[in-house]
Ligand binder design. Structure first.
Ligand SMILES: Nc1ncnc2c1ncn2[C@@H]1O[C@H](COP(=O)(O)OP(=O)(O)OP(=O)(O)O)[C@@H](O)[C@H]1O
Length: 322
């Protein structure tokens, strides 16, 4: 129970005009201090829903069951006052597309200072300025860039500013949802290196979300792979990438070239078809219609996530325990 983040049996269902849409189903996951846990999967598998629910930023149309414990406190049932205190200071989030969310008419230093001024009103101006300079240097930018406006920075530099903002109040936990997707692959790798090194150095825990398994293999300690709203495999990052247990992980890993390869693609090349619509999940294993080793047996029941090899969990009846 000492995990910084502990997600237990989390399910998130959206109300839609066409009926309930179960975006996240029975997810259990933990992140410790100084640890980077990657969450991988194709578009629509529930990664962003998971990320937003951790800080209770999910839309009002979402019904949440299960628990999201941050430092032992359940975010799902937390009172608003405690939730406000938690955001930024206890846990912060870097969103997908954050690149465009900086205010164009304010200097980036002012924007990094804002969460500090809001959450730590006792900190004086000189100290705030010093911390902003330190944060910029930590993310690999000169402190003097605090005076720059967003348009004076490159995409990679702006993303570094977003990371500095996320770290401004010294949170214990950072949730990063596709933080570098808009950047070219070389810059992506640099920004992620900075981010994961900082997380380890500062003892922060990070949940890093990406559709690209190779990116996660380079930066995470452990990885959870999602499909159809569920975790279908989890284990140590390097092993999961080089020696996948679940056929979906294997397909996902084979589809993405390593970080830095300019030929990076965004769809699993070896996999026919699309991920399922969560409203109309196929019976049994939701991956079976696309699975290279699926049989009729796979349609009978949804496979449970179980330990197949030491430290390696997968939800697939076609994989023997060994
Ligand atoms: N506000 C919403 N209302 C209804 N359905 C939603 C809402 N947000 C997401 N969904 C649906 O929930 C499912 C999971 O979406 P989510 O964005 O969490 O997946 P994702 O893996 O992060 O994909 P992406 O990388 O494309 O954002 C999808 O079927 C999506 O259409």
């Amino acid at each position: 129970m000492s995990d910084l983040l502990r997600i237990e049996d989390l399910s998130v269902t959206y109300r839609t005009e066409e009926g309930p849409l179960p975006a996240v189903r029975d997810v259990t996951l933990a992140v410790d201090r100084g640890e980077v846990v990657g969450v991988a999967g194709e578009s629509g598998c529930g990664k962003s829903t998971l990320a937003s629910t951790i800080l209770r930023l999910q839309p009002a149309s979402a019904t949440v069951t299960g628990r999201v414990l941050v430092d032992g406190e359940d975010v799902v049932t937390m009172r608003w006052g405690d939730l406000r205190a938690l955001r930024w200071a206890g846990a912060s989030i870097v969103f997908q597309g954050a690149l465009h969310s900086l205010n164009a008419v304010r200097r980036v230093g002012q924007q990094i200072a804002e969460p500090i001024q809001l959450h730590e009103p006792g900190v004086g101006d000189a100290e705030v300025e010093r911390r902003v300079g330190d944060l910029l240097e930590q993310v690999g930018l000169p402190a003097a860039r605090a005076k720059a406006y967003p348009h004076q920075l490159s995409g990679g530099q702006r993303q570094r500013v977003m990371i500095a903002m996320a770290l401004a109040c010294r949170p214990d936990l950072v949730v990063a949802d596709e933080p570098t997707t808009a950047l070219d692959v070389m810059v992506q790798a640099q920004v992620l290196d900075v981010l994961s090194a900082l997380v380890r150095e500062l003892g922060v825990g990070m949940l890093l979300i990406s559709h690209d398994l190779s990116v996660l293999a380079e930066t995470s300690d452990r990885i959870a792979v999602m499909y159809g709203g569920r975790v279908v495999e989890q284990g140590p990052a390097a092993q999961l990438f080089t020696d996948p247990v679940h056929p979906y992980t294997a397909a996902l890993g084979a589809s993405f070239p390593r970080v830095g390869d300019p030929a990076a693609r965004y769809a699993p090349a070896g996999l026919a078809g699309d991920p399922p619509d969560p409203r109309y999940l196929p019976p049994g294993c939701s991956f079976h219609p696309r699975c290279p080793i699926g049989t009729d047996e796979c349609t009978a029941a949804e496979p449970v996530l179980e330990t197949k090899r030491p430290g390696r969990d997968a939800a697939c009846i076609r994989v023997e325990v060994s």
